[in-house]
Design a protein around this ligand. Structure first.
Ligand SMILES: [Ca+2]
Length: 384
């Protein structure tokens, strides 16, 4: 029951599966094969953006060559029709010359935790089918990063649980609250899928978006503090974007400037001289971030320090000292029907782990400087 021919031939509707990846040749070299991390990235990436952190996360993933990006699943198929995340995906592929399979996910929320989503319209099936196709065909265990809802991964799991048990390395879930406070929005997009994945026996690496007592008021006031069990961090866009290669700056300007693709061609825009007025206005703004730690950890990158400079690296580098900023600790979690979680640390037996911030003082600086360094070095196609 291989679905490769079905996928390319019969995915109707506005969502599409991209062409065959051409970058796979790199994983035949023994060096890169040893450290290549096969990844499925599930993202609520839209154009125009809902929360532009997903736009940053996509660039972060493409800036890490050791990711063997097998698929991108664009979360919330119904919304993808109105605000297509394929625009930034195509831009990123144009910039880097890497081709990646992608597809939009299920249109609407799962009705109950074990829902397979098969009842949804055919044009919303491509995302779940692509996940299962990658899992069927892979010889290595797959990493997942989820930055939006858990819908498509949960539905795929409900269809073929056994393949998840044998072929999944880790599932990073960026969502939810580790304590009391305002309910973070990702679980609310698809409550049943969230419950399903979080209470499954899969190797979930949970990255709580909100820690104890977080509120939307604090977030809006840019006053959300640092918490032990919370991945949130932020940067002023000028502090990261101004040093980036011009085409990558244009990628961010196109998203943040909410350009209309029918009047401003997304790929042509990448090559232009950056709009100074837009830079001056947008670079002043603050970007809230959530998923960077999960991306680093999935890639096997760790944080290193050289005075005030920081880097996310796969191993030691001259002048840089290893700095333990966060780790993932075994835990157990329960979720009630109001999506409130209770975490206990009596050694988890199911492979469930939770992000744990160790260095509250340096997290912010470490993430900002390391992300800037990474994005600055993104491998771009000459003349892209
Ligand atoms: Ca997101």
């Amino acid at each position: 029951m291989h679905a490769s021919s079905q996928l390319n031939g019969t995915s109707p509707g506005p969502t599409s599966v991209g062409p065959k990846p051409s970058n796979r040749a790199s994983s035949t070299a023994s060096n890169s094969a040893d450290c290549a991390v096969p990844l499925i990235h599930c993202t609520d990436l839209f154009h125009p953006p809902e929360d532009p952190d997903d736009t940053v996360d996509l660039a972060t993933i493409f800036a890490i060559p050791r990711f063997d990006l097998r698929a991108i699943i664009l979360d919330q198929g119904l919304m993808q029709e109105r605000a297509p995340g394929r625009i930034p995906v195509e831009q990123m592929m144009k910039l880097t010359g890497r081709r990646v399979l992608y597809a939009a996910g299920l249109g609407t929320a799962l009705r109950y935790p074990e829902d397979t989503g098969r009842n949804q319209f055919p044009n919303f099936q491509a995302g779940v089918e692509l996940i299962l196709k990658v899992l069927r065909e892979t010889h290595e265990k797959i990493f997942f990063i989820i930055t939006g809802s858990a819908r498509d991964v949960a539905a795929a799991y409900n269809r073929e649980p056994e393949i998840f048990h044998t072929k999944v390395a880790r599932i990073y879930v960026n969502a939810g609250n580790s304590g009391d406070g305002d309910l973070q929005w990702n679980p609310l997009i698809d409550p049943q899928a969230y419950i399903r994945l979080m209470t499954s026996d899969l190797p979930v690496y949970w990255c709580p978006s909100f820690g104890e007592g977080a509120t939307f008021q604090e977030l809006a006031a840019q006053n959300l503090g640092t918490e032990q069990y919370q991945v949130y961090w932020k940067f002023r866009q000028a502090d990261v974007f101004t040093v980036l290669p011009v085409p990558l700056q244009n990628y961010f300007l196109y998203a943040l400037g909410r350009k209309n693709p029918t009047t401003t061609d997304p790929n042509a825009y990448l090559r232009r001289t950056p709009e100074r007025e837009l830079q001056e206005r947008l670079w002043r703004e603050t970007r809230n971030m959530w998923s960077t730690a999960s991306i680093y950890d999935a890639a096997g990158l760790e944080l290193y320090r050289n005075d005030d400079d920081w880097a996310a690296l796969p191993g030691p580098s001259a002048g840089f000292q290893r700095a333990k900023i966060y780790d993932f600790v075994p835990a157990q979690v329960t979720i009630d029907r109001n999506l409130q979680t209770r975490v206990s640390f009596s050694s988890g037996t199911k492979g469930f782990k939770v992000f744990h911030l160790l260095d509250m003082d340096n997290y912010q600086a470490a993430m900002q400087a390391s992300l800037r360094r990474l994005l600055r070095a993104i491998p771009l196609v000459p003349g892209a």
